[in-house]
Structure formats: C-alpha cells, structure tokens
Ligand binder design. Structure first.
Ligand code: SAH
Length: 385
C-alpha cells in the first residue's frame, strides 16, 4: 500500500485519516499538524508526544514528504528564491519577499501554465501538470523552516500570495486545501486577508471560490478594454472584462468592506498611455460605485519585468508616475509594486522553474528565440546547475 503523504491533508482530512484509517483519536492529528507545520519535523520518531505504537503505525502507513530543494538563491535585497524539485523532471519556484514589518511568500500552483499570457515568462515554458496539495503547502513548509517561522511567536512569514507559476483557479481543489492549511492555527495561522489568490480571470471559478473560501482576491487585468486584453491575456476571449468585473462584484459582496486588487503590468507603448489610464480609472470607479464603497477596487501597477526573448519593454519611470497620478486624480487607490529580487530572476513574471512541457510551447518559443538571437534560452538550466 502506498504511504499517505500527510502534507496532502488539511486538518479535516488528517483527522479523518487518523480516525478512519488508523483507528486513532482525532486529536492526534492536531498534534501531528503542529509537529509538521510549527516545528518542521518530518520524522515520526521525533514526534515525542505520540506513543511508540502510534509512531510505528505512522511509519508504516504514512510519510511527510516535502519538496526537495534543488537550488536556492538569496537576492541582495533580502528576497530569497527556491527551485523545488517536484518529481524527476519538474521543478517550480517559490519566492520570499521581506518588507517593512511583513514577509510575503509567493507560491506556485502548477508546473508551468496553460494560459499563455503574452508578457509572462512562465507561459513560454508551457504546461506540465497541477501541483498536489503537498507540493503547494510544501513550498510554505520549506520557507517557514528556512526562516525559523513559528506561528504566533516568531512570525516571519506573514503573507502568502498565490502569484507564482500557474493559474491557481485551474487547480482549484488542491489550492483551496493548501490555503486552508495556511490559515489554520495548527498550520501557518495566517489571517484570511493575508492569503491572496491571484487569477487571470477564471470567472466560474471565482464564484466557486466565493462559496468555499474567504481569501483576498487579486485579478490580473493588464488592459482596460477587451480588444487589448484579449491580445495580452487570451483567456479574456472566453471571459471578457464585463463578465470578469461582475464576478469580482459577486465575490466582494459576500463580505462587508471587501476590496479586490487589480494587477496591471505596465508595458511601454502597449497599455501605459494616458487613454488607457482614463479607461482603467472609469472601470475602477464603476466598480466602487457598484459596491457603494470607496476603494473597493485597488490598483496594483507592476512595472513589466523583462525576460529573454520577450517583445515587451518596461514603461519609463515618467510614464509609470503619470499613469499612477492619472488614477489617483480620479480617486482610484493605486500603488506601484516595486520590483524585488530581479537580480535573481525572482520578480513577477520571471519565474520559470523546469517544466517538462506537454504543450510544445517551450519548443516553439526556443525556436523563435534562436531565430532572434542566434542562441537558445538556457536560463532554467543555468539556474539549476
Ligand atoms: N495566473 C495567475 C497567477 C500568476 S500571478 C494570474 O495571472 O494572476 C503573477 C502576476 O504577475 C500576474 O499579475 C501576472 O500577470 C504578473 N506578471 C506576469 N508576467 C509579468 C512580467 N513579465 N512582468 C510583470 N508582471 C508580470
């Protein structure tokens, strides 16, 4: 019989495993959760408040299998990136970003991504598969251990954003289960609003998320009209802006005072012109009005992070400032997300890991890149070496 990886189970699943499979008391599951997520212990023999017989039983039926660190790299600005091996051929990236008074971990949900957003490096890698719950929460485990994080005491990890590789809403069940461990007191004890799920706009799944979870929602908008958005984010052809905004409204309505963050990556000459800012402001004001709340929509401007082979460029500092000012003048709460960790390719849209691509997109991209530069893109291989 295959051993059950306990990292795949949230509190409810673990309690069921103890009661139904092991024939033990449910509260034992809670002790084990603390050993795993608070003390980062994976060896049952070190779980000293469990009886010898139970430890032996666990040894036989279960395991705590964490992602294997293939490579890690600290940035000069305190950002830390891990390349984590998920199986023989795939690796994903997780990034820790410390900031005044908080520490944010950026977590991946899939090996590669199927959505093909034009300006995202992960897209060029193609897609292989969804990550399991264990592989998602395992990223948090690795970072928490590295940081010496103890929930409620030495809390170094204060926020998680599902903004790494992949589209989290395309891996719904595993992501929701992993987020439940992040928020559990016996897991990482993060408040609902400190766990953020970012989506490119999977409309039906936003509604489904609203039924089961209370996390913060971020939406990757990147363009204020359908014509441009469909070009940059192909998913827009399926779920255009009006439908997306309506889904955001339904999500925000569930809870009083709930706001939604709209991410907007600024690319020179593509979506950073004054007319775009005006259109975006209008869209955001409409959202505030519909919610009858000031700042129901928040805009997060992300200066584009380049990667080899991309046809886009970062907007100039002047244009970024002007774009922000235009929104602020229209009373739209707007922040500029300053790039962190770009010296280690850990910035938004730069994560790529190692993807055993099943879509052939990687091969096509490499071919294009070779034609452009006379050389392939060996970044992922270099990083792993
Ligand atoms: N698939 C999800 C999760 C990825 S989040 C989503 O689309 O929201 C990663 C964030 O970084 C998204 O807002 C994404 O659009 C943005 N991003 C992607 N590539 C980027 C790049 N090259 N520069 C800056 N931001 C980028």
């Amino acid at each position: 019989m295959a051993k059950q990886n306990l990292l795949d189970l949230d509190r409810e699943g673990l309690e069921r495993f103890f009661a139904d499979i092991l024939g033990e008391k449910r509260f034992r599951a809670q002790q084990v959760m603390k050993w795993i997520h608070h003390r980062h212990i994976t060896d049952f023999n070190e779980m000293t408040d469990l009886g010898k017989a139970l430890r032996a039983k666990l040894e036989e039926r279960a395991e705590v299998r964490v992602p294997q660190i293939q490579f890690e790299k600290p940035s000069t600005d305190g950002t830390h990136k891990w390349l984590l091996g998920m199986d023989g051929s795939n690796a994903i990236e997780a990034v820790f970003i410390p900031d005044k008074g908080r520490g944010t971990l950026c977590v991946s949900s899939q090996v590669g991504c199927a959505l093909n957003c034009q300006f995202c490096s992960t897209a060029t890698q193609g897609f292989n598969r969804n990550l399991s719950t264990a592989e998602i929460i395992g990223q948090v485990w690795v970072a928490a251990k590295h940081l010496g994080n103890v929930p409620h005491r030495q809390r170094k990890l204060t926020n998680v954003v599902m903004m790494g590789m992949g589209e989290p809403l395309m891996n719904f069940d595993n992501v929701v289960r992993a987020m439940s461990i992040m928020r559990d007191d016996l897991g990482y004890g993060l408040a609902n609003k400190r766990v953020t799920l970012s989506t490119a706009g999977m409309v039906p799944m936003i509604d489904k998320l609203g039924e089961v979870s209370d996390v913060s929602l971020a939406v990757s908008l990147h363009a204020p009209n359908d014509e441009l958005r469909s070009e940059l984010v192909p998913l827009n052809k399926k779920y255009p802006i009006a439908e997306l905004m309506a889904a955001c409204e339904r999500y925000a309505r569930r809870k009083k005072g709930e706001s939604i963050t709209f991410e907007y990556t600024l690319m020179k000459g593509v979506n950073d012109q004054p007319a775009h800012a005006r259109q975006l402001a209008k869209l955001m004001r409409q959202f505030d009005n519909a919610m009858q709340m000031k700042d129901a929509a928040k805009v997060n401007l992300i200066p584009f992070n380049p990667f080899p082979g991309t046809r886009f460029e970062r907007s100039s500092e002047t244009d970024i400032r002007a774009f922000q000012k235009s929104l602020l003048d229209a009373h739209v709460l707007t922040m500029v997300r300053r790039t962190r960790g770009d010296d280690i390719d850990a910035a938004c849209g730069q994560l790529k890991g190692q993807v055993a691509d099943k879509t052939r997109r990687q091969a096509e991209f490499r071919k294009r890149l070779e034609a452009q530069t006379g050389q392939g893109d060996e970044g992922a291989v270099d990083a792993a070496a």
